[in-house]
Design a protein around this ligand. Structure first.
Ligand code: PLP
Length: 482
């Protein structure tokens, strides 16, 4: 297991905590026990999930949660924030050192919130500030009603360009169901139809024509590295701000798997991330930025965020301290190596992978060759003890609900101690299940894209094999809840 962790100390801490919780609400204590049991018994291949260390998890169960601390370190709208100052500063310092960033804002409660902070900081910096200067005003409250209404319209009339959803982009990158799609006029870039790879010339051509205020890079389901130096060149050419959402691959940036042109931090004006995916911290978000945007980013609360979560910022500090250790670098490299082993294991057994392979922590399978949808594949794998999620592939004929793809990630099982041999075995099990799965006619009211059967015995046999892999690589080994 690659998680830093002392079983005896963590066991006593959790036993005591559960006793306290049980005395008030036994249902919750039961769910906490149940969740650990479920996680221990699950072959978790969800690319966005991981296992945080007990130190990170325990930090969240503290009275740092009880304090209001709107504002920033040393500049709060509430009294007696000295301990929140300490943890926020520690998290920001660790983030800056880990990523080589000049500024870090660790208050966002999630990845969506981090993106909202970034969008509004960019709007404030590039639209609001020049308007204030032109009107000779220092603050929005100093503007005349006419000037204010004109500024509001200008803020609402900007453009963002991001990766299309079916190429692996994220809803928060300007798509209509998310607030970003209501704020910005949006256009997207896709991937090359032949190779599945990002086509930088096409991105450049779209950017030249569309002239976005914000060029967004980053993804949830693209299995390759992105050249952020090239993306910055494109942004500069059209006068856009480059914003990189590294929510998925922050662990690979932290662990120095992505360096040079592939490290977003030196190239992007603003970088956003979650802290709970490959970075293996608490559930939350973070924004890193260049000095130009620092003041605007720091106004995230109260601009779009509620009061900061002191207990979560503290847990971010703990997780970021862990990520600065050499062992995390080794872990990040293992995450990438395991993804390659998984991709090779699947390809060798005849599965078509989007882009033909991987350079990060995830693999995107096209399951149409098995005659099934992503939804059927996801369900059949789940029946067999393998937890994945279905995902659209580029130009997916089955759309975003049923899909033709399955996304598989390596961070969680790598944290559990799986290596390349185990991931090759995982590939074998996945192919066994997909080969044994066939669509069946829809029952009344159901969709034929959802129904399936698995050949006799295959799900049970796979479940047993998955359990053997899990038993050989226990989650939080020695952690005993009593
Ligand atoms: N950005 C990307 C690229 C993501 O993949 C996700 C989550 O899936 C988010 C943002 C949103 O993160 P959160 O769920 O923490 O709001």
């Amino acid at each position: 297991m690659s998680l830093p962790f002392d079983a005896a100390t963590a066991s006593s801490a959790y036993q005591a905590a559960l006793q306290v919780i049980e005395s008030v609400e036994p249902t919750v204590a039961g769910a906490i026990r149940g969740e650990l049991a479920d996680q221990r018994a699950s072959l978790k291949l969800i690319a966005s999930e991981n296992y945080a260390s007990p130190a990170t998890l325990l930090t969240m169960g503290t009275w740092l949660s009880d304090k209001y601390a709107e504002g920033t370190v040393g500049h709060r709208f509430y009294a007696a924030c000295q301990n929140i100052d300490t943890v926020e500063q520690a998290a920001a310092e660790h983030a800056k050192a880990l990523f080589g960033a000049s500024h870090a804002y660790v208050q966002p409660h999630s990845g969506i919130d981090a993106n909202l902070v970034a969008f509004w900081a960019i709007l404030a910096q590039r639209i609001e500030s020049p308007a204030l200067a032109e009107a000779g005003a220092k603050h929005v409250n100093d503007l005349t009603e006419d000037d204010w209404q004109q500024l509001r319209r200008a803020m609402g009339n900007q453009r963002a360009l991001g990766m299309s959803l079916d190429a692996g982009g994220h809803l928060t990158h300007g798509f209509r169901p998310n607030i970003s799609g209501k704020m910005f006029e949006q256009s997207s870039y896709g991937t090359d139809p032949e190779t599945g790879l990002l086509d930088y010339d096409a991105v450049r051509a779209t950017a030249r024509e569309f002239k976005p205020l914000v060029l967004i890079a980053g993804y949830s389901a693209y299995p390759r590295k992105v050249n952020f130096a090239t993306m910055r060149e494109i942004a500069d050419e059209v006068g856009a701000v480059l914003m990189v959402d590294m929510a998925h691959f922050a662990g690979l940036v932290a662990g120095k798997v992505f360096t040079g042109d592939f490290d977003p931090v030196p190239h992007a004006h603003v970088v956003t991330t979650t802290t709970h995916k490959s970075l293996r911290g608490p559930r939350g978000g973070m924004v890193l930025c260049q000095p130009e945007f620092a003041d605007s980013v720091d106004r995230g609360c109260p601009m779009v965020l509620g009061g900061p979560l002191g207990h979560v910022m503290a847990a971010k500090a703990v997780a970021l301290a862990e990520a600065r250790q050499d062992s995390f670098r080794a872990h990040a490299q293992d995450v990438a190596d395991n993804a390659v082993a998984l991709a090779e294991g699947l390809s060798r057994r005849g599965v078509r992978l989007v882009t033909g392979g991987t350079e990060n922590h995830l693999v995107l399978l096209d399951v149409s060759g098995f005659g099934i949808t992503g939804r059927q594949a996801e369900s059949a794998l789940l029946d067999s003890g393998i937890v994945t999620n279905r995902n659209a592939i580029p130009r997916d004929p089955n759309g975003a609900w049923y899909t033709s793809g399955v996304r598989i990630g390596t961070p969680a099982l790598t944290s559990r101690g799986f290596g390349t041999a185990e991931f090759d075995r995982v590939a074998e099990l996945i192919v066994d299940v997909l080969t044994a799965t066939a669509p069946t006619a829809a029952a009344s009211g159901g969709s034929s894209k959802a129904k399936y059967t698995i050949a006799d015995g295959v799900a049970e046999k796979t479940h047993t094999a998955a359990d053997e892999l899990l038993a050989a690589n226990p989650l939080y080994p020695g952690l005993d809840l009593g």
